[in-house]
Design a protein around this ligand. Structure first.
Ligand code: AMP
Ligand code: ZN
Length: 137
């Protein structure tokens, strides 16, 4: 079994709240309590970060990210969207499997929702993801 948490998510060995999927990409809700509303757009094959991607993988993540971004806009009408990624430990990467963060912004730094402290946000995650999925259908 892979030790990479995102490889295990892609393989279905760790549950995730799925937003979007195609041949090369899986998008799912970030479960980190400090990251409410983040959608993670991950490359399915293991590649550590942008430095390791080929052109087809780069294009696939960009295309999927834009599609999911438009669905987030249609679902939540945020004032804006931050798109970021960390490449390498020195840059702040903590999961070494390539992914992009999509972060809807409301009134500057506000998120689409907040999570109760110490309360697993499964229902909120699923409700949030369902609204995005509905815009992708
Ligand atoms: P980074 O720090 O940019 O590498 O992003 C890694 C992200 O993955 C963090 O925002 C974590 O909260 C998130 N994360 C870690 N494990 C999981 C998981 N099992 N399901 C969803 N998100 C996760
Ligand atoms: Zn991996």
């Amino acid at each position: 079994m892979s030790e990479c948490v995102f490889c295990r998510i892609v393989a279905g060995q760790i549950p995730s709240t799925r937003v979007y999927e195609d041949d090369l990409v899986l998008a799912f809700m970030d479960i980190g309590e400090v990251n409410p509303g983040h959608v993670l757009v991950a490359l399915k094959p293991h590649a550590e970060n942008l430095f390791a991607l080929d052109d087809a993988q780069t294009a696939a993540v960009a295309r999927a990210s834009a599609r999911v971004a438009r669905a987030i806009r249609a679902a939540f009408e945020p004032a804006g969207l931050s798109v970021y990624q960390a490449n390498g430990a020195a840059a702040g990467q903590t999961v070494f499997h390539y992914h992009v963060h999509l972060v809807p912004r409301h009134d500057g730094d506000g998120m689409a929702f907040t999570w109760p402290v110490n309360n697993p946000p499964r229902e909120q995650l699923e409700a949030h993801a369902a609204r995005i999925r509905a815009q992708l259908a």
